[in-house]
Design a protein around this ligand. Structure first.
Ligand SMILES: *[C@@H]1O[C@H](CO)[C@@H](O)[C@H](O)[C@H]1NC(C)=O
Ligand SMILES: *[C@@H]1O[C@H](CO)[C@@H](O)[C@H](O)[C@H]1NC(C)=O
Ligand SMILES: *[C@@H]1O[C@H](CO)[C@@H](O)[C@H](O)[C@H]1NC(C)=O
Ligand SMILES: *[C@@H]1O[C@H](CO)[C@@H](O)[C@H](O)[C@H]1NC(C)=O
Ligand SMILES: *[C@@H]1O[C@H](CO)[C@@H](O)[C@H](O)[C@H]1NC(C)=O
Ligand SMILES: *[C@@H]1O[C@H](CO)[C@@H](O)[C@H](O)[C@H]1NC(C)=O
Length: 457
């Protein structure tokens, strides 16, 4: 339904245009004309009749943009009357129905109406009346735009407003475009543009508004022309406050510095005008201003275990401030040259002590081993016995006890050699002597009395 309705409407308007624009007898190629100021403009009309077959009578009249109507020319096939006021301004040569404006000016803008009556000689037709209206626009090339700012001085962010105006001395249907740092500015929350874009009002101004502004103008007949650049200075900040140091090791908000080191800290914040900086030391719930300016010098030996510092940045124009806290810890970082120096001074005594201790322990062990475990003697005592027994096969018990005086040991581990070795090892380790079930007997040179004798006593 809707589609067919629209089609019908289109068809109707098409037919209307067809009948309106190209009738049988006259044709005007364009109903809208753009002319340039100072240049001629022709409003061409094509006629589709034989001049000798007709009588014609017509007028060209002009309605200005303000609405006043003037008849410019009245003409027939062989005569023309031109308004006296326009005699030098327009050119009309009958029977050519086209109208030429010699030198366009802004006042020539408006609608031009052609009324033409056509009477055929040999036909008994009534007079044919043709009416056409042609719109004429006069374009003026744009002059170089001029940019202005109010207020002319710098503004404070979040408080100040700024009004930019762009003006051209000459130019019609000017298109204004604003650029900041060569980037076109479109509509956004804090921006208000005038209806023709010639004015930009920023309220309130923010840090991101700072930069170089230009306005660019153009129109149908003039290429884009740029104004001079103008700087907008915004007082802002401080933002992105941070403390940095070339020395030490940073982990988050903790700086670790080497003992005895002289460390410089730098406080930085984005701000205009530059901030004033204050360094504050925080210890035991009391704060103390220790320095002013962007740099702080700290001698690490003056520090206790860990201390808290604060850098405060203040912008005295925006009346805003920010502060950042950090902790300073003194510890041996052991990097580069300092590492070797540190090792030389603190690690070598320990090493010396260790080496000495080990040496002494070694000596003691060796001494003990030699004193308590005589491998030769043990072996001798083990292997000699069977030999002695072989020599005296008939002996049993303590027939000759004087030969057996000395140190004996008895090992529970089976195997002669193994037992001997184990005993030596175990002797070296005092604690494990009993664990190995080894017993040492010192047989004292003493001949006991015969049991019978003692019993008798
Ligand atoms: C124009 O032509 C008509 C006849 O078509 C004639 O009567 C008239 O005198 C002519 N006028 C001029 C100024 O030549
Ligand atoms: C009418 O005059 C204009 C210039 O004034 C010319 O360009 C055009 O060709 C003329 N038309 C005819 C039919 O002579
Ligand atoms: C900025 O503009 C706002 C409203 O747009 C106004 O309330 C304020 O007073 C202006 N500030 C200055 C400094 O002109
Ligand atoms: C743009 O608009 C302002 C008013 O908003 C007006 O004063 C100015 O003349 C206009 N400029 C152009 C070229 O149209
Ligand atoms: C702001 O501080 C600067 C130094 O950082 C000083 O020169 C200036 O006078 C101060 N301005 C005001 C208004 O206090
Ligand atoms: C530090 O100050 C806070 C309150 O300002 C208080 O609660 C706390 O007890 C104080 N600590 C010391 C060690 O003085």
């Amino acid at each position: 339904m809707e589609a067919t309705g629209r089609t019908a409407l289109c068809l109707c308007s098409f037919l209307f245009i067809l009948t309106e624009v190209s009738s049988e007898y006259i044709h005007i190629p364009s109903l809208v004309h753009h002319g340039t100021e100072g240049k001629p403009l022709l409003l061409p009309v094509e006629t589709h009749f034989q001049l000798d077959e007709v009588e014609i009578q017509g007028t060209w009249s002009h309605t200005t943009t303000s609405g006043t109507r003037t008849t410019l020319v009245t003409f027939t096939k062989n005569a023309t009357i031109t308004d006296m006021m326009y005699r030098n301004h327009i050119l009309f040569r009958e029977p050519n129905v086209s109208l030429l404006i010699r030198k366009l000016n802004r006042d020539d803008e408006g609608n031009y109406h052609l009324n033409l009556n056509i009477q055929f000689h040999n036909k008994k037709e009534p007079v044919i009346k043709e009416k056409r209206t042609v719109q004429v626009m006069v374009d003026v090339p744009v002059s170089t735009p001029v940019i202005e700012k109010y207020p002319s001085y710098a503004v404070v962010e979040d408080k100040g407003n700024v009004t930019w105006t762009c003006s051209v001395e000459r130019g019609t249907r000017v298109v204004f475009q604003w650029l900041r740092d060569n980037v076109p500015l479109g509509p956004r929350e804090r921006y208000q543009f005038s209806h023709n874009n010639s004015m930009l009002f920023i309220s309130p101004v923010r840090k991101e508004d700072k930069g170089t502004y230009r306005c660019v103008v153009s129109n149908r007949i003039s290429r884009a022309q740029s104004s001079k650049a103008m700087e907008l200075i915004v007082y802002y900040g401080p933002y992105n406050l941070e403390v940095n140091s070339g020395q030490g090791l940073r982990t988050g908000e903790v700086f670790t510095i080497n003992p005895g080191e002289l460390v410089f800290f730098e406080c930085q914040a984005d701000s205009n005008p530059p901030n004033s900086y204050v360094w504050i030391s925080k210890s035991h719930n009391t704060t103390q201003v220790i320095n002013e300016g962007p740099r702080l010098e700290v001698l690490s030996y003056r520090l206790a275990q860990a201390e808290e510092y604060m850098c405060r940045a203040f912008n005295n124009v925006t009346q805003k401030q920010d502060e950042t806290q950090f902790t300073l810890v003194v510890a041996s970082l052991g990097t580069g040259k300092e590492k070797h120096m540190q090792e030389g001074s603190s690690v070598s005594p320990l090493a010396a002590i260790t080496v000495c201790s080990l040496f002494i322990i070694g000596c003691m062990l060796l001494f003990l081993f030699k004193r308590t475990c005589h491998p030769k003697r043990v072996l001798m005592s083990i292997y000699k016995r069977p030999l002695a027994e072989q020599k005296r096969p008939h002996r049993s018990g303590h027939e000759d006890a004087s030969e057996d005086f000395g140190i004996y040991e008895f090992v529970s581990i089976p195997g002669k050699m193994e037992s001997a070795q184990a005993s030596c090892r175990s002797l070296a380790r005092f604690e494990s002597v009993q664990d190995m079930h080894t017993t040492i007997y010192d047989v004292i040179r003493h001949v006991p009395e015969t049991p019978s004798h003692s019993l008798l006593k």
